[in-house]
Design a protein around this ligand. Structure first.
Ligand SMILES: [Zn+2]
Length: 73
């Protein structure tokens, strides 16, 4: 049995290790469970922000601002 060096672990293995570790950790850690819950809620809320939620004129103003910004004026 040998201890793996950081460079011996490929990204996929690291992700799998981290996922396993996190899942086991979340079972008993209320702090991280709550954090993850809020994090997911935030992502969900952001995804729900659709174009049509923008007030009248805001989208045009933003597009205008971006156009000017890209032209450097
Ligand atoms: Zn934790």
């Amino acid at each position: 049995m040998s201890v793996a060096r950081p460079q011996d672990i490929v990204c996929k293995e690291l992700v799998e290790l981290l996922t396993d570790f996190l899942e086991q950790h979340l079972v008993w850690c209320p702090g991280c469970s709550e954090y993850l819950r809020q994090f997911r809620a935030t992502i969900g809320a952001t995804r729900k922000l659709a174009e049509e939620d923008l007030p009248e004129g805001v989208k045009e103003n933003l597009l205008d601002a971006f156009r000017h910004w890209r032209h450097g004026s």
